[in-house]
Design a protein around this ligand. Sequence first.
Ligand code: G4P
Length: 527
Amino acid sequence: MSKMIDKELQQEVDKRRTFAIISHPDAGKTTLTEKLLLFGGAIRLAGTVKARKASKHATSDWMEIEKQRGISVTSSVMQFDYNGHRINILDTPGHQDFSEDTYRTLTAADAAVMLIDVAKGVEAQTIKLFKVCAQRGIPIFTFINKLDREGRSPFDLMEELEQVLGIRSVPMNWPIGMGRELCGVYDRMKNQVELFQGDDHSTIEVRKVEDYRDPLIKEMAGDFLYEQLGQDVELLDVAGDPFDYEKVLKGELTPIFFGSAINNFGLQTFLENFLELAPKPEPRRSTEGMIEPTNEKFSGYVFKIQANMNPAHRDRIAFLRIVSGKFERGMSVKHVRVGKDIKLAQPQQFLAQDRDIVQTAYPGDIIGLFDPGIFRIGDSLSEGSSIVFDELPTFSPEIFAKVTAKNALKYKQYQKGIDQLTEEGTIQVFNTVSFDDTILGVVGQLQFEVFEYRMRNEYGVEVQLQRMPFQFARWIVAENLDPSKFRINSTLVKDKKGNYVVLFENEYAMRTAMEKNPDAQFLQTAP
Ligand code: G4P
């Protein structure tokens, strides 16, 4: 009996791929997600993704944003099947939705697809998200989008990846022309060409070729593009990095694909290559060592908590990444931090705006658990044991505001709200050492709006937020800390646990402080 389960579990693990798309706003993430979902026939989902996009410029009312966008304010998961694989795409919100959740979601992914606009190259938000992925050492696949438009030279982009992100790259395919001239991509690994025909590039044909010198390409692309392709690929063969799968898996080499999401161009071959190369659900580190996905006992961790999806109820949803074993609805698991057994009776998965009830799920899958207030980010759940997964990283806030209650009489509610909301982990709270002011720090502006909204609606407190000019927070570890050394364009504060943190207005101030305090350590997150 046990062998049977083993085999089933192994098969389910083998077919799963869980990844996040990282990009700067407007690179085409919504379009790419939608097209990928369409490959799996998940049209209903694609519709939702579109709807979400239409309300890109939503108002500041958070609940309204939630309602309109359904799944977008905080990251969630979309699932589809393709060629025998089950694929989970984790959404990483951008724009003003950018928050610590965006970063933490990356801890639940086993690979990332880095989407880059061919004309714009590596942009600010791509860099931030890339760093988090690089820290975890997960494989990163690059898709250069919008090839139907004039853009930068592919070589130029490869160099930028190396200069700005410090990652070497290996093109899996190579464009034949670009913009209006674009007529296809040459697949270096499989020796085939994907040709786009017709004015709107809508006809797509995949042909086997001998290699990039095949006369068929000349026939389709004309002399000029054929010559150019020949020169480029020859250069890549001679001077480029060879494909090294070990390096790809360690995140040291990124396979690059070229295409155009909106035209479906290069997408199918991208998806197929990606599914072949992307890792299946990876083990996670815990107090009991590495927990393998095929470990029969169910386990997982909460990486995100989303409050008030339904305004009529104060429920929250805890998003759990399954690490090992099989999830079955109604099962009892240990909530390790509180040391109690709980029954997972109401698991939800966010597909479109419905909440589908999940009956079974496997490693790599994400389930949403109904949370009456018992979960915290980083909590471990496990069947029959007390596994505790490694703590999830916190991220250095970059936007700061001083907060006060408009009505001083509501102080108790105000304090309770701050305590509870900061516990959810998307806002960090600091107190100034000199005046005991309260300063909030976030990584995305929307978190402030959400905070204000929730303080008003859940705790009945109107708050005032006053933006502060700081951009960096550094936790200071030093023997004898002299506060007077942090007076220039910076402020000394304490975090919730009483650790000293300095908030800096700019990089210059930070560097000066570092020079003045050579014995102190300046950490990006709490020690
Ligand atoms: P995002 O989620 O990363 O912010 O990007 P999104 O998919 O919303 O795409 C941003 C814009 O880029 C959209 O245009 C979209 O149509 C366009 N786009 C996406 N993929 C491609 C591509 O392969 N080629 C070209 N030429 N454009 C692409 P928009 O004008 O903002 O929206 P819409 O009016 O077209 O819907």
